[in-house]
Design a protein around this ligand. Structure first.
Ligand SMILES: [Zn+2]
Length: 114
């Protein structure tokens, strides 16, 4: 399931009607707003000690696989659409749940260390 972050609910982007580049959305500040506190903290650690492999990356779409230690690899997809920012991760079927893997991949890409 995709989580959705409609531009209308994002004050910074209230008047934004065009698709935003992923790199504009994926700043550490925005990622922190999307995730819960604990997921943000955990994701930050994951970004540092996981193997993140980019499967697909372009201006509006990023698909990456994250492997942490011996745990099962998870695939994260982050997409900017005309309707807003969307994300999904293989670790959960919960919609609108910005998990620690989404945080890690988002932070890694914003830091340019994909
Ligand atoms: Zn996940």
């Amino acid at each position: 399931m995709y989580g959705v972050y409609p531009w209308a609910s994002a004050p910074d982007y209230f008047n934004q009607t065009n698709m935003l580049q992923l790199k504009v959305i994926l700043t550490p500040d925005e990622i922190e707003k999307l995730a819960s506190r604990s997921n943000f903290r955990y994701g930050k650690n994951l970004a540092e000690d996981s193997k993140i492999r980019v499967i697909k990356s372009n201006t509006f779409n990023l698909i990456a696989e994250l492997k942490h230690g011996n745990s099962k690899p998870q695939t994260v997809e982050l997409t900017s659409t005309t309707k807003g920012f969307r994300w999904k991760c293989t670790c959960t079927a919960k919609k609108d749940y910005f998990c620690e893997h989404c945080v890690a991949v988002g932070l890694a890409s914003s830091a340019g260390r994909e």
